[in-house]
Design a protein around this ligand. Structure first.
Ligand code: NI
Ligand code: MN
Length: 225
């Protein structure tokens, strides 16, 4: 059984078979204040792009836990320029790789990289028993319909905050394109410019597709099945 924990904004940890993954580890500066970087112990750190609410505490976590960073080549090089001895597994959009915990595919995301010359991304993680799509910060794009075509997505984590990413209406369209069994809204209410009621998003999804919306409170952990 995989366990997913939400830390607010776009930060989630995923624990499965004794391995802990963390996505966009925005902890110390996260207004949700769910955990300090010293309180989480990831084996792998996924970084979608370099904006502060995603890069977060990546360096501190990587160094303290000897964790492996999975990110794009440009972000990997940027991180290597910031600290010595990091374990980095560079990947890029469209590419897949098998790690001990499961398969990772890097997906497109339409968003700024936060560093010169890079691009933002998302991640499709196949733990064999459960497939999770972590969209990162992105606009709606019609190729989302291709992401789950070989193996259905069980949980899609989608930004709904608007202003910097998809808002609720576009995220509902994304849910329809992805055909995910469950959709978890993220990247909202982090500040006054991304205020949303996730229940409004749930109503839009109910009108457009069969996906179930699972609203997670910051600090909440759910079992993925
Ligand atoms: Ni961003
Ligand atoms: Mn963001």
């Amino acid at each position: 059984m995989a366990k997913l924990r939400f830390y607010g904004q776009a930060c989630f940890s995923l624990e499965h078979g004794g391995t802990t993954l963390i996505f966009d580890p925005y902890l110390s500066a996260n207004p949700a204040k769910i955990a300090k970087p010293t309180e989480v112990h990831p084996d792998y750190i996924f970084v979608t792009h370099g904006h502060a609410d995603h890069l977060g505490d990546t360096l501190e976590l990587a160094i303290k836990n000897q964790a492996t960073i999975i990110t794009t080549a440009e972000m990997g090089r940027f991180l290597e320029s910031q600290a010595d001895g990091l374990k980095i597994e560079p990947m890029h959009v469209g590419g897949q790789w098998k790690f001990p915990f499961g398969k990772v595919k890097v997906t497109p995301a339409i968003h700024g990289a936060g560093i010169p010359g890079g691009i933002a991304c998302g991640f499709l993680v196949d733990l064999d028993t459960v497939v999770i799509y972590f969209a990162g910060d992105t606009a709606l794009f019609s190729d989302m319909k291709l992401i789950g075509r070989r193996k259905p997505i069980d949980y899609a984590l989608l930004p709904i905050g608007d202003r910097f990413t998809m808002g609720p209406e576009d995220a509902a369209d994304a849910a329809a394109l992805l055909g995910a069994r469950n959709v978890i809204p993220m990247h909202y209410n982090g500040n006054v410019r991304t205020k949303q009621d996730p229940r409004d998003f749930a109503k839009l999804v109910a009108q457009c597709c069969d996906s179930e919306v699972v609203i997670m409170e910051p600090g909440e952990t759910i079992d993925l099945s």
